[in-house]
Design a protein around this ligand. Structure first.
Ligand code: PLP
Length: 345
């Protein structure tokens, strides 16, 4: 199947939706169904997710990663407390203050670490500098980790254990921004449970949109956070994010999860990114700036090389750190990568 052609590496959000998603919408479009997420399709996805994550969880559907993150943080962080995240975190840099807005004023504290991974020393320093029992200090309440992160890297299970261990020792809640969760999951080759609640994650923002859905995201509350569901639903309603015809959002996720489609699509995208990363970094004038763990490649290109690629029709973004970002998606083909590498010479 060829839905788009050429070398479009701008973002996985520029990719079309997978045909199975559109079929699911047509299938869901039959007859009447209860509103606001009380429909059988949404209930079915909850059952699927409980099986996949091997636990008794709660799920609330949204249509953007920003909404998922903001809603998740709204029930994890009090207004007078603080979310610790990486300096590159999407919640810090790219959500126009939505987490602060939804938490009614909580503070975000950006932390350092290479490749957009929080360094354990940066976290322990911050925990030392911000005591919970000093009335003048804003107490840390949440650690938010992006998996896959903003530099296209995945935390290993050991890295998750060490960061979450430090945070839990101070009773912090753990949020995982999984806008590209599936790409990280197939990269690590672990189970969804191992990468989340077994590692101590309380709430996961699970994204399907970047990996084949049209608009389908979920906030997943693991058993440690299930009691926050009523407040989460209240906040979802209050924000105007409780869609009346929610079945169309959950139907996308049902199809995405069915028969491991989500994992297959992530494997395709990751494999394309790996080939692009290896091929392009072997070219004169190109230097990889972050390891490629998922479907994103960050690479510094000499001006002449970047211009040559753009002239050949390649689409990619110039990143603020001076690198070029190439994103592969579920529908990136071998031919797309070959064309790019041929153009690179
Ligand atoms: C790490 C990460 N989190 C969350 C998001 C959510 O984005 P959106 O609100 O555009 O769906 C993105 C989008 O690029 C992202 O890269």
């Amino acid at each position: 199947m060829r839905l788009i052609g050429g070398m479009n590496f701008l973002s996985d959000t520029t990719a079309p939706a997978h045909p199975a998603i559109l079929d699911a919408l047509t299938h869901a479009n039959q007859g009447f169904a209860s509103s606001y997420g009380a429909d059988p399709v949404s209930a079915g996805v909850k059952t699927q997710l409980c099986e996949i994550f091997e636990t008794d969880l709660e799920v609330v559907f949204t249509v953007s990663g920003t909404a998922s993150n903001a809603l998740a943080l709204s029930v994890l962080c009090p207004p007078d407390a603080m979310v610790l995240c990486h300096d590159e975190a999407h919640i810090h840099r790219d959500e126009r203050g939505a987490p602060e807005f939804f938490t009614r004023g909580a503070k975000l504290l950006p932390l350092a670490g290479s490749h957009a991974k929080i360094a354990p020393e940066a976290l322990s320093d911050a925990l030392k500098q911000w005591p919970s029992d000093f009335v003048h200090a804003t107490p840390p309440a949440v650690l938010s980790l992006s998996q896959l992160n903003e530099s296209g890297c995945a935390y290993t299970l050991d890295e998750l254990e060490s960061l979450i261990g430090l945070a839990k020792a101070r009773d912090l809640n753990i949020h995982m921004d999984g806008a590209r969760f599936s790409n990280a999951l197939v990269s690590l080759g672990c189970t969804p449970a191992e990468m989340t609640w077994k590692a101590g994650v309380d709430i996961l923002s699970l994204g399907a949109t970047k990996n084949g859905a049209m608009a389908s995201e979920a906030v997943i509350l693991f058993p440690s956070a299930r009691d926050r569901l009523p407040q989460l639903l209240a906040n979802q309603k209050r924000a105007g994010l409780m869609l009346p015809k929610m079945r169309y959002v959950s139907a996308q996720m049902a199809a995405w999860l069915k028969d491991d489609l989500w994992l297959d699509l992530a494997r395709t995208a990751n494999a394309a990114a790996k080939r692009l990363s290896e091929g392009l970094s072997a070219v004169d004038g190109a230097e990889l700036v972050h390891p490629t763990h998922g479907n994103e490649v960050f690479i510094r290109l000499e001006d002449a090389l970047a211009a040559r690629l753009r002239e050949a029709g390649a689409g990619f973004y110039s990143w603020p750190d001076g690198s070029a970002r190439f994103v592969a998606s579920w529908c990136t083909t071998d031919a797309d990568i070959s064309a790019l590498l041929d153009a690179a010479g």
